[in-house]
Design a protein around this ligand. Structure first.
Ligand code: MN
Length: 493
């Protein structure tokens, strides 16, 4: 499957009709080509915009959309009506569209040319009403779509387009994602369960199980030379008193074996559980952390949903500077007025979110009966982030996203043997936690400094998944009413 974000592109479908004559249509094409070129050269978009000649008939529209559907590199279409394009011409095409859809409501020129404006200009530059006709058919057909409004050279407009492109790439990645489960979910846990058939129908995920014994067998094939090469890589990225400790060598062996199984299956996400490590001496710690840093999704205790979401958010934010990790709300600091959540896990937090250079440490686990595992210990960086949780509500999936402000941890916690992040959720600790619990958000999340609420909301809309936003303007009372209404609406779908 495609993993590089710039291996995807988006088709720029510009609508018109034959009413205005060939000269006008030539100008439409020239303008659309200049816009695609300008957007591509802006350096603001993660993916290419592909110019297509103006669409002027129902057959041409249907043909273009069929081709977009069939091109694996095309992650979505961007429509814009430079002139008036009667929208009944779009019904056949839009009814078969199976790619994400963005309606860019813009205009080739920024300003009205005071002295030059005449009826020729008016015939060419009609997006103010042409795009309204186009908007109606999207509304009438109940099509999920992103609507972006503003001058196309404006950085904010390009920024919105860039964010939606990332959501659309996340959708393409999701539809091909394979998740390897080593062992089942942790016994008796509810929220990490879910309908894998429903997840595959809705999101495309192929979630299947592999015996832990196969992983142990793969570990036995790892040579000492393989391990030494892996240790050299650790040495480039992480601090350690010595990398030659047996517990670090063991983690390297686990990482290589897991990676080989994932590569053989074409999988970009996996889960495991401390309850099923038959034949393994340590729970993978450093191994899972380094695999996440390489772009793989991970979920602990058999949490395949969070693992897949970690992989998807990593895929959609490729090249961004912030980092994305598997995360768990672990414990709180409840000083009134300055309440903070301490996020961590038994071991598995991705070093992409580290404020400094992570160090390798080995400590007993306290849970399970295996040898003390090596793991990376570090502080997460301060900054705005999101914590997202996908839960199975029975009959539908719900993505809950909480906007949070990560802070430098207020304590040094010298005896805490795991990576740690500290944050305060918006709008306030109490309101956010009440809303999270009301909506059924899990203890596990995908925690990202790169994917903001809008990017995740667009992804959820593309995938047809319910979205719950907990952020600046959220109140418990309003959310309670929204969830009640949403429950009815989703049952009617
Ligand atoms: Mn956990």
């Amino acid at each position: 499957m495609r993993n590089a974000i710039n291996s995807y592109n988006f088709w720029f479908l510009v609508g018109s009709q034959h009413l205005y004559g060939e000269e006008t249509l030539k100008q439409v094409d020239a303008h659309a080509a200049a816009m695609a070129d300008g957007l591509n050269k802006s350096g603001l978009l993660p993916c290419g915009v592909v110019f297509k000649p103006a669409l002027t008939t129902p057959d041409a529209i249907t043909r273009a959309i069929r081709e977009a559907n069939n091109d694996p590199a095309c992650a979505g279409i961007i429509t814009w009506m430079h002139t008036f394009s009667p929208s009944k011409m779009w019904i056949a095409g839009l009814s078969i569209l199976n790619k994400p859809y963005c309606h860019l409501h813009t205009q080739f020129n920024m300003n009205i040319p005071d002295k030059e404006i005449d009826m020729d200009f008016m015939n060419l530059n009609q997006s103010a009403h042409g795009d309204r006709e186009h908007g109606f058919i999207g509304a009438r057909m109940r099509l999920p779509r992103k609507i972006i409004v503003g001058y196309w050279r404006d950085e904010d407009v390009a920024g919105q387009l860039a964010s939606w492109m990332r959501s659309a790439v996340g959708a393409a990645f999701s539809r091909e994602l394979k998740v390897v489960r080593f062992g089942d979910n942790m016994r008796q846990v509810a929220v990490t369960e879910g309908d894998k058939v429903e997840a595959q129908i809705k999101l495309g995920w192929q979630v299947n199980t592999w015996p832990v014994g196969d992983l142990v067998g793969e570990m036995a094939k790892v040579t000492e030379a393989d391990v030494t090469a892996q240790l050299a890589e650790y040495g480039q990225r992480y601090d350690a008193p010595s990398l030659e400790l047996p517990e670090i060598r063991y983690q390297a062996k686990e990482e290589i074996a897991i990676r080989r199984i994932l590569e053989a299956e074409g999988a970009w996400a996996y889960s495991n559980t401390f309850e099923d490590l038959h034949g393994m001496e340590q729970l993978p710690g450093l191994a899972s952390q380094d695999l996440m840093a390489r772009g793989y999704g991970y979920g602990g205790e058999g949490d395949w949903k969070t693992s897949a979401m970690v992989a998807i958010v990593k895929a959609m934010t490729r090249g961004m500077p912030g980092g994305t990790s598997f995360m768990e709300d672990y414990t709180y600091d409840l000083t009134p007025g300055n309440e903070l959540s301490l996020g961590a896990h038994m071991l598995e937090v991705c070093p992409s979110i580290a404020a400094g250079r992570p160090r390798v440490e080995t400590h007993p686990l306290g849970i399970g009966s295996r040898n003390p595992p090596a793991r990376l210990v570090f502080e997460g960086r301060p900054g705005m982030a999101t914590a997202a949780s996908l839960v199975d509500m029975g009959g539908r999936l719900r993505l809950i996203v909480s906007r949070v402000e990560a802070v430098k941890p207020i304590y040094s916690m010298p005896n805490l043997p795991v990576a740690r992040v500290m944050w305060r959720p918006l709008p306030s600790f109490a309101e956010a936690a009440k809303c999270w619990i009301l909506a059924g958000g899990a203890h596990h999340t995908v925690f990202s400094y790169d994917a903001d609420t809008a990017m995740l909301e667009d992804w959820a809309e593309i995938m047809g998944v319910e979205f719950v936003n907990i952020g600046v303007g959220t109140t418990f009372d309003a959310l309670k009413k929204d969830l009640f209404a949403a429950d009815l609406a989703w049952k009617l779908r």
